[in-house]
Design a protein around this ligand. Structure first.
Ligand SMILES: *[C@@H]1O[C@H](CO)[C@@H](O)[C@H](O)[C@H]1NC(C)=O
Length: 363
């Protein structure tokens, strides 16, 4: 009999509802329940007005309904179905309401990886990636239900790159793989990528909505050494005896190797060539080559060593001033000081001599 009502209502929904003064009402509606959790719903009519004595019935697969006053309670200790149909109807009429039930399960696992655009795996989830190539940043969501309530957000660091939805309509848990096209740049090297799956279950669903995050992957982008800083030949002028650095440092992945061409430093493999005390033998052109498996760049330097005359001039001037001072001092000493001292000496001597001479004379 119930099926007939359903069929009649399915064919003529408007007729069905129009002939009902009152319709049963479910609470909550929709019913959102996590798979395995208890589920409770109530069907009532006329806002629980007791003068309205329609007899309600529930049609549901669990046989878990009880009558309470003029309400029908439906209570299952654990939701084991993924989809189910529950109808509440006024007995012996076609006045029927169906309950929308959303059985959900947050993803068991969410993982992120870079893939070749063909979908093929790379050496590992984070690469290695080639610069300027298009890759698929893939978010794999395992065992989520219902997939159509899920959104997947892709992130680079804290920046949301994109939000996607699955087209799956299964009520049962499914695996969902979503792919974001991403052209890799060298700025992506070392950046963090991740994704998260959110189940958007509406106001009757859990608050906040369930979110499952992937691990972070750190992009490994291969790129040739390149051209930050000077590309023009650098001319370095340095005083003789001074220290000078020729800086060839550059970025690249894998780490660039350096080599230098100048007879004095041909074995040197560092990125900064330091000449601690420049002399004329260090003068001339230098080239540095920074290379890795993806390419190489060359930088040129020209070193000029000049003798700095200023300290020499200052030394000479000081020497001349000191010499002049010494000469002046000597002349002054000769002209005034020495004769004065000599005169004093003579006078006292003379007194002494006079006294000395006078004594025997008076005796
Ligand atoms: C992943 O990276 C994001 C952004 O850089 C950061 O906020 C978050 O803490 C990281 N998570 C883990 C598990 O390291």
């Amino acid at each position: 009999m119930f099926l007939q009502i359903l069929l009649a209502c399915a064919v003529q929904t408007v007729y069905c509802v129009q002939n009902c003064k009152e319709l049963p009402v479910f609470s909550p509606s929709p019913l959102v329940v996590k798979h395995g959790d208890p589920a409770i719903a109530t069907c009532s009519i006329c806002n629980n007005d007791s003068s309205c004595d329609y007899e309600l019935r529930l049609e549901e697969p669990f046989q878990a309904s009880v009558k309470k006053g003029n309400q029908m309670l439906w209570n299952v200790p654990n939701m084991t179905e993924w989809s189910l149909q529950i109808y509440c109807f006024i007995f012996d009429t076609s006045c029927t309401t169906s309950l929308e039930v959303i059985v959900y399960q947050p993803p068991e696992k969410v993982s992120v990886s870079f893939r070749k655009h063909s979908g093929r795996l790379l050496e590992n989830p984070s690469g290695p990636l080639e610069e300027d190539q298009l890759y698929c940043l893939q978010c794999e969501v395992e065992a989520v239900a219902p997939a159509q309530n899920m959104t997947v957000a892709f992130y680079r660091g804290l920046t949301e790159l994109s939000v996607m939805r699955s087209s799956a309509t299964d009520k049962r848990p499914v695996n969902v793989n979503l792919c974001l096209n991403h052209t890799v740049s060298r700025q992506d090297h070392g950046a963090t990528f991740w994704c998260e799956a959110r189940l958007e279950l509406g106001p009757e669903g859990p608050q906040p909505p369930p979110v499952v995050r992937s691990h972070n992957i750190t992009a490994n982008v291969l790129y040739a050494p390149c051209c930050e800083g000077q590309e023009e030949p650098q001319i370095l002028t340095v005083a003789q005896g001074a220290s000078v650095d020729l800086v060839c440092s550059t970025q690249g992945n894998p780490q660039p190797l350096y080599s230098w061409s100048h007879p004095l430093v041909s074995g040197f493999r560092g990125d900064v060539l330091t000449i601690p005390s420049a002399s004329s033998q260090h003068e001339g052109p230098y080239t540095c080559t920074a290379s890795n498996a993806l390419g190489a760049i060359t930088r040129s330097f020209t070193l000029r060593v000049h003798v700095d005359y200023v300290p020499i001039i200052i030394t000479v001037v000081i020497a001349v001033v000191l010499l002049l001072g010494a000469v002046v001092a000597f002349v002054v000493y000769k002209a005034f000081y020495k004769p004065h001292r000599t005169g004093h000496y003579h006078i006292s001597n003379m007194f002494r001599l006079q006294r000395h001479d006078a004594v025997p004379t008076t005796e």
